[in-house]
Unconditional design. Structure first.
Length: 240
């Protein structure tokens, strides 16, 4: 029987609590990425009675969870069993490293992971199984939020799936443009990764299910890849 862990993922826009084991990862609760959200996530994680592991890309919120869950195991880059070729290794987001590591373990190497979250990132694992770098691009929310903040007349529009391509009103034009703009960016980047690295391509992240149908260059859809990576890293590197 595989070990069951509670994994808390502190991201830029949400704090997600997962139940993870070797064959499946299930999102249990989602909280806002605020101090209160972290405290609620910590209380919920504690109530589940399973060992708790967490990773974070928001240092200011990590300390709040440590206080709520002092026995929780915090994953850092050094806990991820993959050689990291990044020049400044400490500057690499652990979510990127975990997803890349998990993809290499699950789908083989070379592999290219496109993570569609608050930021859009491309992460490469080469044939040697090393993290070989990647790209950082605007994420789905930024496509609409930037227009609203930097223009006088364009309204705030929630990112979502359009009903078609062309639009006959401003809100729909922004929504459609954001969707097809990001999907086209993703398609192009994955095609370049396939050509350069001859890599299998994996789509992951919170917005991946929404965009997957329009990104034909992705071989696999795996939204919880970083959570699987966290599970593997915790089991391999930490005595539970």
């Amino acid at each position: 029987m595989s070990i069951k862990l509670i994994i808390v993922n502190i991201g830029n826009t949400a704090v997600k609590v997962w139940l993870a084991e070797a064959k499946a990862q299930k999102a249990l609760k989602i909280f806002p990425a605020t101090k209160r959200g972290v405290l609620l996530a910590g209380s919920f994680a504690k109530s589940r009675k399973n060992p708790v592991v967490f990773f974070s890309v928001v240092p200011a919120l990590s300390s709040a969870l440590r206080k709520t869950l002092p026995a929780a195991l915090e994953l850092e880059n050094r806990d991820v069993p993959i050689r990291n070729l990044y020049k400044k290794q400490e500057s690499l987001g652990i979510d990127r490293l975990l997803a890349a590591f998990a993809a290499g373990e699950k789908y083989g190497r070379p592999v290219a992971v496109l993570d569609l979250g608050t930021a859009t990132t491309l992460n490469i694992v080469n044939r040697k199984g090393e993290f070989a770098g990647g790209l950082i691009m605007p994420g789905a929310p930024l496509f609409t939020e930037y227009l609203e903040k930097k223009t006088a007349l364009l309204p705030k529009v929630r990112y979502g799936k359009p009903t078609g391509f062309e639009a006959l009103d401003t809100e729909a034009a922004i929504r459609n443009g954001a969707y097809w703009g990001l999907s086209s960016l993703a398609e192009g980047v994955l095609r370049l990764a396939k050509k350069k690295f001859r890599a299998k391509t994996v789509l992951t992240g919170g917005f991946a299910p929404l965009l997957a149908d329009s990104i034909t260059a992705a071989d696999v859809l795996d939204p919880s890849l970083a959570i699987y990576g966290a599970y593997l890293a915790a089991v391999k590197r930490i005595k539970i």
